[in-house]
Ligand binder design. Structure first.
Ligand code: ADP
Ligand code: MG
Ligand code: MG
Length: 916
């Protein structure tokens, strides 16, 4: 015969049938109550009805398994034995609480009901037993209020309307009673007054809900148990599960537990505490407590709670007595439990306790939530004490928490009360506040005269970079996470929100309209770039500490654990220096075209334009010669800054027409310099027009049609390296050829590179000149033919922005029009430009690596798209065996953390597999 399923797990007097690792079956609360019991920590006896019962309940038309009644009765009998009381007994009544407990704590689940078992029959016995009439009526009025609210109204699905619920009505009665008797706090009400209040409560329940308040203990108990399971499918629980991705079939457990009372007088109390400070991470026992109180009085804020101990008193609580002072013996016992729990769970715990007539009882423990600062500090301090292993330590800080620590942010307190204007995509991290300006030129001018500005544009383009650099933050109405504004902002670690469609930005009128409101030039706004929220007004910001020694120490631990390398995308010596400061081990992408934008770009840009408009190879060669010194010195600076670490330099990538001058003055200047007419310049510019430039004459295609352009760049790279070597310095360039789709393109360019190399080696009299030649893999065909590509490429770098664009056929500059619908309608789970689409684009990558390494086993593989800084994508990169990821300098710490976490997850999975 199959063994009957066990639906009820008992815990009490030092022994429990469950354990902490049984959260799936017992829920978080039940599993930890069992664990504490086994640790001999004083926990009131009780039992847990499993999540299986919840599943059964919904699979069988809301009925319980047949054997449940008997199992609950048996467990209740055990509780009665341990507590030496009987549930429903008029002489010696046991009271219980009924507490829901899902695997993960879930708002929307039924709230706890305390004092179950108080009835007209048991009240007199309870009064005799405790000799405390006031306490019993206080407990009863609480039972009526909680039960009628959570069981009779909410779980039953009664819709009484806003402000008309039973709880509010009962609170009115209580306020009236307080008013009539002159009581200030609930504790001032005397026994007789509370007794009268209870009678009023019961009448009100009958009136509002249309049913009498149950006066039978079994009916109360099963009503509460049913309400817990019922609430699993309540509206709020369901929508919470949708948001958090919690499966519907997990189910919740129910805990029934003997009551202990914190409301029996001044020798009784209740409290909540954290084993360490959850806001700062400081290793100090931190909590709050209230005498003569029950359940959630502390959290509900009915009275100002007292501090737990002397060490954690603040200026606001200095005048209040701590538990340490009032009940030193109990405090010492609680402190010992605190140490015991931390040692056992090896993590900060969030605990609930109650003191009944000087006796301490524990009612809950769970891993405590914490801020980014606290997470970092706790991890580092526990690592220092060897309290946890490196592998555990690196899992203790979430990438988003690390992000919190790296940027100036809006003051979270101020944010709570601020007016939200609109929401967009969180393109650049941190917070910024400034005055609205509408053009790059104004951004520069205002900043120069000492103003802080937010540059607001419909969208940005390369001409805006100076203004973007100057502004404190950037806000655009259009564009996605990989739009120009987003890329530039993230590269600089600058706060930026894009795709904020609710804003009508009118640069001509210098207004922003949002809903019925109009903002003008000079009005203050504030951005939360990590969340994508735009606020009205000037919010205060808080500064991160760049040299935070804890952060440095923590990231070193990450480095010891990770396998994946971390590089940065950096275009200039300045960016390279930032990248190294954050721990980059090389540059994964240096875009040569950056030198034609922004500060100091005028001269090289003019020469580039000359080159672009050249007609004959001779003209072009002459223009290249003029451009050459600019390119070389730029690259040399970055190679020097990286001091022998690898620097991947991409040959010219963008469509040329992006650089063609538009204004007549600029065109005239070029015409004069080239010795041709203005009309000729216009004609040549027009000839460069393309209908689909993203797939047009760009990348390696330029190098194929204009070999002299490739030759100039390769010579600049290799001579820069040679000069550094001659100066006794180190240089390790990697030449990267973009937008390739066939190995023949690579072979073509390789000939140029070989020829230039021979010339440079001869010219400088070098014995050796080390560098690599590789390619971007960003066209699906390149990934599919990776085995051939690897014949000519010593490394691959997956350009996942373009690979996603071409893999999906989504223009990345135009996704704003449909991506929000795709996400809302769940056509796609996430924006594939933000996190790698593992199923499709990821498959191209996986295949590309496999095929590439089949040809060249030591093939070096990295990623240089925006995904290189996305934690989920970094996990993927680790799993497919890449050598490194490359991301914006400011994301490097996050990538180091994510790479370490990927390594730990992989090891954990392997271990689990080996066990099976
Ligand atoms: P939540 O999940 O919202 O924290 P809990 O089930 O922990 O809800 O209960 C709310 C409050 O009631 C807590 O402060 C808890 O300590 C208290 N409580 C629950 N059960 C008992 C009990 N058997 N005796 C005394 N207090 C209890
Ligand atoms: Mg609660
Ligand atoms: Mg709790």
């Amino acid at each position: 015969m199959a063994k009957a399923k066990k639906y009820v797990y008992f815990f009490g007097s030092g022994k429990a049938e469950g354990r902490a690792d049984m959260k799936e079956l017992l829920g978080g609360k039940g599993a930890n109550l069992a664990e504490m019991t086994n640790l001999k920590i004083p926990v009131p006896a009780g039992f847990t009805i499993t999540t299986d019962v919840c599943t059964y309940y919904y699979q069988h038309g809301r009925r319980y398994p047949a054997e449940l009644k008997a199992a609950v009765a048996a467990a209740l009998a055990k509780v009665e034995k341990v507590m030496a009381k009987k549930f429903g007994d008029p002489e010696n009544p046991l009271l219980v609480s009924c507490r829901s407990g899902a695997r993960a704590s879930m708002p929307g689940m039924m709230e706890t009901v305390l004092n179950i078992g108080l009835t007209t029959a048991t009240i007199p016995g309870m009064i005799r037993l405790t000799g405390n009439e006031r306490f019993v009526w206080d407990a009863y009025r609480r039972l009526i209020m909680m039960y009628s609210d959570v069981v009779m109204e909410k779980a039953a699905g009664l819709e009484l309307g806003e402000g008309k619920g039973i709880r509010v009505r009962l609170e009115h009665l209580m306020d009236a009673m307080k008013h009539d008797t002159g009581a200030k706090a609930d504790t001032d009400l005397a026994a007789g007054q509370l007794q009268r209040l209870c009678a009023q409560f019961r009448a009100k329940v009958q009136e509002v809900i249309g049913k009498p308040f149950p006066d039978d203990p079994q009916e109360q108990l099963w009503g509460a148990i049913g309400a817990v399971f019922q609430s699993w499918n309540g509206k709020r629980s369901i929508s919470y599960r949708r948001i958090e991705g919690i499966p519907d079939d997990w189910g919740t457990a129910t805990n029934v537990q003997a009551m202990v009372f914190g409301n029996m007088g001044d020798d009784s109390a209740t409290g909540v505490a954290f084993t360490r400070n959850p806001a700062t991470g400081e290793n100090k026992f931190f909590g709050e407590w209230l005498t003569n109180a029950q359940g959630e009085d502390v959290v509900a804020g009915i009275r100002t709670p007292n501090p737990l101990n002397i060490a954690t008193k603040s200026e606001h609580t200095a005048h209040l007595k701590s538990l340490e002072e009032v009940m030193p013996g109990v405090y010492q016992a609680l402190f010992a439990i605190r140490n015991n729990l931390e040692k056992h769970y090896r993590d900060m715990q969030d605990i609930e306790f109650t003191i009944e007539k000087g006796t301490l009882w524990m009612l809950q423990t769970r891993t405590g939530k914490r801020t980014g600062h606290a997470a970092l500090r706790m991890a580092v301090e526990m690592l220092r004490e060897r309290f946890i292993t490196k592998q555990v330590g690196v899992m203790r800080v979430a990438p988003a928490q690390l992000d919190e620590l790296l940027h100036r942010i809006l003051d979270p307190k101020a944010e709570k009360n601020a007016k939200v204007l609109a929401k967009g995509l969180p393109a650049g991290p941190g917070g910024a506040t400034g005055k609205v300006v509408f053009t790059a030129a104004e951004a520069v001018a205002w900043t120069e005269r000492g103003e802080k500005v937010i540059l607001c544009r419909k969208e940005t383009n390369p001409e805006d970079v100076e203004g973007m650099r100057a502004a404190a933050g950037i806000l655009t109405a259009l564009g996605g996470m990989t739009s120009h504004a987003a890329l530039v902002a993230r590269g600089w670690g600058k706060c930026c929100i894009v795709g904020c469609g609710a804003l009508k930005i009118d640069a001509a009128a210098k207004t922003i309209t949002v809903a019925d409101q109009t903002l003008r030039e000079g009005d203050w706004i504030s951005l939360n770039g990590s969340k994508g929220v735009v606020y009205q007004g000037q919010l205060p910001t808080v500064e991160p500490d760049p040299k935070n020694p804890m952060l440095v120490e923590f990231l070193k631990t990450c480095d010891a654990v990770r396998r994946l390398g971390v590089r940065a995308n950096a275009d200039s010596p300045k960016d390279a220096a930032v990248a190294r400061k954050f721990g980059a081990e090389g540059i994964g992408l240096l875009r040569t075209e950056h030198m034609f934008y922004g500060e100091g770009a005028d001269e090289p840009l003019f020469k580039l334009r000359k080159m672009i408009l050249s007609k004959t190879p001779e003209e072009r060669r002459a223009a290249c010669d003029e451009l050459y010194p600019h390119v070389k010195s730029d690259i040399k600076g970055t190679l020097a800054a990286m001091d022998g670490l690898p620097v991947t330099i991409r040959l010219l990538d963008p469509p040329l027409h992006e650089f063609v001058p538009q204004g007549e003055a600029k065109q005239k200047e070029l015409a004069d310099s080239l010795g041709i007419s203005l009309d000729d310049v216009r004609k040549r510019a027009e000839a460069l027009h393309e209908s689909n430039p993203m797939m047009g004459h760009r990348g390696v295609r330029l190098g194929i049609t204009y070999p002299e352009v490739s030759e100039m760049q390769v010579r600049a790279i290799l001579e820069a390296a040679a000069e550094l070597l001659k100066e006794g310095k180190k240089a390790l360039p990697e030449i990267m050829i973009p937008v390739t789709c066939t190995v023949a393109e690579l072979q073509n360019q390789a000939e140029i590179i070989a020829k230039v190399k021979a010339e440079v080696v001869a010219k400088f009299g070098l014995k050796r000149l080390d560098f690599l030649v590789g390619t971007m893999i960003e066209i699906p065909r390149a990934a599919l033919t990776a085995n051939k590509m690897a014949e000519a490429a010593e490394f691959f770098s997956f350009g996942t922005n373009d690979l996603t664009q071409m893999g999906f056929g989504f223009s990345r500059d135009d996704i704003g029009a449909f991506m929000p619908d795709y996400i809302a309608k769940k056509i796609l789970a996430a924006d594939p430009f933000q996190t790698i689409d593992q199923e499709g684009v990821g498959e191209l990558i996986r295949m590309g690596i496999e095929r590439g390494r089949a040809t060249r086993p030591k093939l070096k593989v990295g990623i240089c798209g925006e995904h290189g800084g996305d934690p989920a994508s970094i996990h993927f990169c680790h799993n497919v065996g890449m050598n490194y990821v490359s991301c914006s300098p400011f994301r490097v710490p996050i990538a180091r953390l994510a790479a370490a976490q990927a390594a730990v997850s992989e090891a954990a999975k392997a271990k689990k597999k080996a066990k099976k």
